[in-house]
Design a protein around this ligand. Sequence first.
Ligand code: ADP
Length: 426
Amino acid sequence: MNQKISHPIIETLLWAGVAFAVMYASIVETDSFVIRMTSAAALTLAGYWTIRAVRDRHEAYEKQKEIEYEASDAKFQKDRWHAFIELSHDGIIILDKNNRILKINQAVCDVSGYSMDETVGKPCAEVFQCDKYKEAGITFGLAFLTEEHPSYYEEVTIHTKDGNQIDVGVRCARAKKHPGHRGTHLILMRDLTKIHQAESLEHDFVSMTSHQLFTPLSIIRGHISMVLSGDLGKINDKQKNFLDQSLLSTKRMVHLVTELLSISRLEEQKITLNLAPTDITKLVDTVSSELEPLAKTKSIHVTFNKPKTDIPTLSMDAEKMSQVLQNLLDNGIKYSEEGGHIDISLSVRAHDVMLSVSDNGIGVPRTDINKLFQRFYRSANAVSRDSKGTGLGLYIARVIVERHHGKIWVESTEGEGSTFFITLPK
Ligand code: ADP
């Protein structure tokens, strides 16, 4: 049956045929009531069985069509996923429940040098060897996946087939059929070589230009100051006005170059931290009183909520950490309205000490929160308020905090205020 005929129509036609046959049988020319009834019953039965047979066949046909449709749909979905996996620029590795490789895409082959045939069926940890997990014998960070953290990202170095080492960013996730299912693992792998090369180039450029700019700029600043002070003869008000503006701009440039230099030194690990046991409560006290006069210019009230419990001394570079706190307070003042307030708090937690600096200023747009600690990043609401910022202070703060093995982050609502948090290990 190739052509699909509507099931109810066939049934109606057949029933009409049966009714006609029964009518015909009932008027058949015989006086015998029994014969008439027998013919009618026989025809009814024959009609019933025919209808049933047609109905069954029709239903079987419909079922078959449905199965074919589902199969072709499943094939279409599968093909689409295969194409998607193959076309992805990121490497994709699919593992079975024993962490053996089920599939890798072309991007993984390009990065690692292995072909699909060389990897399928082999333990992932054996093919993609990574020194970090060699001893533990685990596959990337799969062991760290939990219900609360269903995906895990890290940057690791793997060995390629030809014996080279490359840096890759690896994100692992587990796919489960249902909550109790052991699941299979998916791994996304991105080659970081080009990104690292670009970062290194950018770093070299920043480092070189800031070194080259620092000396001439300092000389210009010094000379303008000399002329302004009258050492080279009397200057009139108009000249003084021009020179004042030039000195201000030069100072700003020297400040920027100094920040860039300190970034280069920090990144190159040229600056060794001067670690010493430090009383962080005292450090916060000192920095907040230093910035008190600046806060007063905008009638901003700075409060340091001293902790009730003793804060242990922390091993830190007090000068660098003061720089971090100065930046946070300076920003709090800069990005708050007149009459605002800044609250500083310190608390001891299980493994670290937490410092928070909270303001009721302009806040940070939600979309910018994760970018704030990147180099040169400034929110639009901050740029429109203060066009002179460099967007480097928070980046430097992050580098310094991370070199102390701590963390820095912000929680903020635009228009309501921001709280910057720092944790430092005890
Ligand atoms: P700068 O202040 O020179 O722009 P930072 O690196 O210190 O550089 O800050 C980066 C950006 O973070 C700022 O431009 C601003 O957009 C945002 N920001 C920092 N602190 C605050 C704050 N307290 N309130 C609102 N936005 C802030």
